[in-house]
Design a protein around this ligand. Structure first.
Ligand code: F6P
Length: 373
């Protein structure tokens, strides 16, 4: 097999496990195949620069990468190259500069580590510029199609679970309803998994509509004077409005549903409430063992795909196996939580309130007839 020179970049929001993925790619490419690995700085922006902004890697440079948080390559979740914001406020198509950057570097292939938005952009660039692209899924939101897991999700769930564990004690001490608002964009995967793992009394996700009445009844039915609630950031108000916060500069982001719920609960049943917004803590820090394992398996498989010249594919985790799927397929499907998801069933089975009235609760269970003896 001819010696290859491959590029690698991280794109979109960072998460734990990106450096572990880079480490695995370098080990497989340099260690097994004797190839060269070029790390591209700040996602596609490194390819727009002249000369392109890169770092080369050998095996010794991967020494501390397994546990390091963030991405040593840098990343960005802004600046779509097809409509790139220019200093004068205009938008400019700079895709040709990125494609040129790839060819200037003499790359044989590119590994793009990203979520749905980044992978859609990278694939469009690859199609337009004839780039040999292989993708690795990463996102704490775990909302990318065709893969059960993406790098970063497990660590985010661990952090949210630990937060719930901690809130549980202070909720009990002060007889309060503690609300934890977590990330996840439009999907409720983090809230659902962490809610089950952290024993939340109520889990609210964007995929399941709720009523304030149901929440308040669930709190009152607990038969104790405290409760823990986990809510995904994209959960709407009871009447379906998105909750966002806008800063003094007019920039608007998801956030505030925790405070909204707290006010509604206090108003309705007089419970004392407090809100914790976990924010970017979920993205930072040391990757969990599972994220390190997935990152490693994905990194190795991505390099093997290049060795097999199987481009335009994304590595994927399915039934505890690393497989690969067309990138087009992965980005076509937004993977929200299905109301029939096995974890939704598990949560309901544990009596956790999901904000709605599950069908089983509405059924009148027939009581066995009393038999006199
Ligand atoms: O997509 C990952 C994510 O962390 C979302 O869960 C969250 O809504 C968003 O990114 C936050 O983005 P930013 O880092 O731009 O604040």
């Amino acid at each position: 097999m001819s010696k290859k020179r491959i590029g690698i970049l991280t794109s979109g929001g960072d998460c734990a496990g990106l450096n572990a993925t880079l480490r695995a790619v370098v080990h497989r490419a340099v260690g097994t195949y004797g190839w060269e690995v070029v790390g591209i700085r700040k996602a596609t922006q490194g390819l727009m620069c002249r000369p392109p902004q890169v770092a080369t890697f050998d095996l010794s440079s991967t020494r501390n990468l397994l546990t390091a948080g963030g991405t040593i390559l840098g990343t960005t979740n802004k600046g779509n190259p097809f409509a790139f914001p220019m200093p004068d406020g205009s938008l400019c198509d700079r895709s040709h500069e990125i494609i040129e950057g790839y060819h200037l570097l003499g790359l044989d292939a590119l590994i793009g580590i990203g979520g749905d938005g980044s992978l859609a952009i990278l694939r469009r660039l690859a199609q337009q510029g004839n780039l040999n692209l292989v993708a690795i899924p990463k996102t704490i939101d775990n909302d990318l199609g065709s893969t059960e897991r993406s790098v970063g999700f497990d660590t985010a769930v661990n952090i949210a679970t630990e937060a719930l564990d901690r809130l549980h004690f202070t909720a009990a001490s002060h007889s309060r309803v503690m609300i934890l608002e977590v990330m996840g964009r439009d999907a409720g995967h983090i809230a659902l998994s962490a809610g089950i793992a952290g024993g939340a009394d109520i889990i609210l996700i964007p995929e399941i509509p709720y009523t304030i009445d149901t929440l308040c009844e669930a709190i009152q039915k607990l038969g104790r004077n405290f409760a823990t609630v986990i809510v995904a950031e994209a959960v709407c108000t009871e009447t379906g409005e998105k909750v966002t916060c806008t800063n003094r500069l007019g920039q608007c982001r998801l956030g505030g549903i925790g405070e909204y719920l707290a006010d509604c609960i206090t108003e309705r049943i007089g419970a004392e409430t407090r809100v914790t917004v976990l924010g970017h803590v979920q993205r930072g820090g040391i990757p969990s063992p599972l994220d390190r394992i997935i990152a490693t398996a994905f990194g190795v498989e991505a390099v093997d795909l290049i060795a097999a010249e199987k481009y335009d594919h994304m590595v994927s985790w399915q039934n505890r196996e690393v497989v690969h799927v067309p990138i087009a397929e992965a980005i076509a499907e937004y993977r929200a939580v299905s109301p029939t998801d096995t974890l939704v069933k598990a949560a309901r089975g544990m009596g956790i309130c999901l904000g709605d009235r599950p069908v089983t609760e509405q059924l009148v269970v027939p009581q066995p007839a009393m038999v006199s003896v």
